[in-house]
Structures are given as structure tokens and as C-alpha cells.
Design a protein around this ligand. Structure first.
Ligand SMILES: N[C@@H](CCC(=O)N[C@@H](CS)C(=O)NCC(=O)O)C(=O)O
Length: 276
């Protein structure tokens, strides 16, 4: 067996991004040009690896990383093959959910946990620990995660929560809750705190923008008329700002999100992987 050391950004890895990040740093065996080779993966140049599927919750993390200007690698989680439930992926997230961000401190799952960790680690896109805005930011970040996102999951994956025949009934019950969540968030946005403002992005504004995108699009074969962006004008202004950011353009290119991914979204047409 050959021994080699390769940097994460070397051509051999550029040729197979999925393989590169499917393993943590260390010795792995790869097949290249028909030869099984032992390689030491050294990803010092990109300290993070984002396990993603197009237009999944990993999009929020991609946007935050792009906005922070932090280098990262990506590993596609192939949802068509249910890769999020593979034994390998479950070593990163035993819950089988996307995203996972591999970091020097180990893999992190849960979107809000990753966002908070990145914001604190890089001192960007959120009020700092001793800022007078910190408490308010935290309570709304947690609301976005454990209430809004949790309710959205019920809308998107109703048949994981109830017998399939009852799924539409459950969806009908959850929509008024989602509308109420949007109302309170819009009222907060009207006060224009720095972390929910139409002049500057934050990890929370990217998180909300993605969730609002998904409300407009999913589930594809279910009523979506209940969601109207114009009902939340203060959030709408924030979404418009985010669409003008280079970070959003980078995510559009990477995941095939269309030109107005937040204010007038269309279904993703990714070059690689499935958006479902
Ligand atoms: N609470 C999780 C939710 C993540 C989540 O719902 N991920 C979806 C993709 S957007 C997923 O992995 N779905 C696959 C499944 O439920 O089997 C988080 O905040 O990260």
C-alpha cells in the first residue's frame, strides 16, 4: 500500500469532494486511478466540513460561513439514497438529520447550535457575549430553532408525526401556528434590533430567510397559499437585503437556488444531489 499525505485543497481531493469530507482528519484509504492508497487527510486550510444537501437546513450554515468569509469544505449527503441514515453519517449525527458541521472541536449538529458556535468563534453576525443585545438575540434564536423550525418540520414531515392518512389534518393545524410565529417575528423586526435589521445580516436573519423560503415552497403538493411574504413587511425588507449579499449569490451558485431565493423562491435545481 502506498502512503501519501495530501492537503485538503490538493487536486486529488478537489476531484472527489464527497470522499474528502466523508471522513474526519486522519488516515483513510482512497481509490485513485484504480490504486488503493492510504492518505493522511490534513484539512488545516479549511477547518470546517459542512455535510449538506441542497436547499436543506445546511443552507443556513453555508450562508453564515459565506457571510463570515470562513473557508470550508462540503460533503454531499445524498438524500435520494437516504444517506443521512447511513451508519457513517450517524456517527456524526445519531439523529440522522442534516446539517452537520465538522469542526476542530468535533462534529456539531442542530442548526442553531452551529450558528451560535460559529458566531461566537468568529465574533461575527451576532451580539457578543457581554453585549446588551445578547439576551434578546438568544431568545429569538432559540425561538427560531425550537418553535418555528420544529413546527416547520411537522408541516414538511407530517407523516413522521401522525398516520399518513391524517397528515393533511395535522398540516392544517400547524399552519395557523406558523402564521402567528411570523407575526411575532415581524413585530420584533419592526423594532429593528441590530440582529434583526434590514441594514445588516446576522445568523438569525439568514436562518429566518431560509425558513421563509421553505414555507413558500414546501411541501410541494400541499396548500401553500397561507404563506404570503407581504404579510410580514419588516421581515420582507430583511430578506431583500440578504438577497443582495455576495454570500447569498455564492449559495445560489452552489445549490441552484434561482435569482430571488428568499422573496420569490423557485425550486432548487442543484448540479449535484437532490433538494428533497
Ligand atoms: N432540528 C434540526 C432539524 C434539521 C432538519 O430538519 N433537517 C432536515 C433537512 S432540512 C433533515 O435532515 N431531514 C431528513 C429527515 O428528517 O429524515 C436542526 O435544527 O438542525
Amino acid at each position: 500500500m502506498l502512503q501519501a499525505t495530501a492537503r485538503a485543497n490538493s487536486p486529488i481531493f478537489q476531484a472527489n469532494m464527497t470522499l474528502k469530507c466523508a471522513f474526519p482528519n486522519g488516515n483513510v484509504a482512497i481509490e485513485a486511478f484504480g490504486i488503493i492508497t492510504a492518505v493522511y487527510i490534513d484539512s488545516m486550510n479549511a477547518p470546517y466540513c459542512l455535510h449538506y444537501a441542497p436547499d436543506n437546513a445546511s443552507l443556513v450554515i453555508r450562508l453564515a460561513l459565506e457571510e463570515m468569509g470562513v473557508p470550508y469544505d462540503t460533503a454531499l449527503v445524498d438524500r435520494r439514497r437516504d444517506a443521512q441514515n447511513s451508519a457513517t453519517y450517524r456517527t456524526l449525527n445519531p439523529n440522522g438529520l442534516i446539517p452537520v458541521l465538522e469542526t476542530p472541536q468535533g462534529p456539531i449538529f442542530e442548526t442553531a447550535a452551529i450558528l451560535l458556535w460559529l458566531a461566537d468563534t468568529h465574533s461575527q453576525l451576532a451580539p457578543a457575549l457581554h453585549s446588551p443585545d445578547r439576551a434578546a438575540f438568544l431568545k429569538w434564536l432559540f425561538f427560531a430553532s425550537n418553535t418555528l423550525h420544529a413546527d416547520l418540520r411537522i408541516l414538511f414531515y407530517a407523516d413522521k408525526y401522525i398516520d399518513g392518512a391524517q397528515a393533511e389534518v395535522l398540516r392544517a393545524g400547524i399552519r395557523p401556528r406558523l402564521r402567528q410565529h411570523l407575526r411575532v417575528l415581524d413585530a420584533e423586526a419592526k423594532k429593528a434590533p441590530g440582529w434583526l435589521h434590514s441594514d445588516q445580516p446576522s445568523v438569525l436573519t439568514y436562518y429566518l430567510a431560509c425558513q421563509m423560503r421553505w414555507m413558500a415552497l414546501y411541501p410541494a403538493r400541499s396548500d401553500r397559499s397561507w404563506y404570503q411574504l407581504a404579510d410580514t413587511p419588516h421581515l420582507q425588507k430583511i430578506l431583500m437585503l440578504l438577497e443582495s449579499r455576495p454570500a447569498t449569490r455564492a449559495a445560489i451558485a452552489a445549490e441552484g437556488l434561482g435569482v430571488t431565493p428568499f422573496t420569490s423562491p423557485t425550486y432548487a435545481t442543484p448540479q449535484e444531489g437532490s433538494a428533497t
